[in-house]
Design a protein. Structure first.
Length: 134
């Protein structure tokens, strides 16, 4: 896990404040946890990150078969008890949001997009190896 996951949870304040959002995490392209909200335990956040990495991988396979071959822009899973939304967040990172069952999916998607734009691709991208954190 990236050590920033403990310190940078504030970056997810916009989405975590939306009614019905239970958890939000940012994961790297290889499924490692980068950032999590304060109400999300590290253990749970790492599980969500790993699961979302698998879902994105499945989406890539489907895109190669039926689409242009690019990464999926978003993935949504509905389950008893809620929804999981995953979308690109810059440099291969993904923003994942777990919600309650009664939500407005359009509002969640809109706020996720706003969250990604507000933070910016640079803040969500993985630092180069050996690069000191400013």
């Amino acid at each position: 896990m990236d050590p920033r996951a403990e310190d940078d949870g504030w970056m997810l304040d916009l989405i975590s404040g939306v009614r019905g959002v239970r958890h939000a995490v940012v994961l790297s392209s290889d499924g490692l946890l980068k950032v999590r909200t304060a109400q999300t335990s590290r253990e749970l956040a790492e599980k969500v990150a790993a699961a979302c990495s698998g879902l994105v991988s499945l989406g890539k396979g489907l895109s190669r078969e039926f689409g242009s071959g690019a990464s999926p822009r978003q993935v949504m899973v509905e389950f008893d008890g809620g929804f999981l939304f995953v979308r690109g967040a810059g440099d291969g990172s993904r923003l994942a949001v777990v919600t309650e069952p009664v939500i407005d999916p359009g509002l969640i998607a809109q706020q996720m997009q706003a969250q990604v734009l507000m933070i910016g691709q640079r803040a969500l991208s993985v630092p180069f190896r050996g690069q000191a954190r400013a």
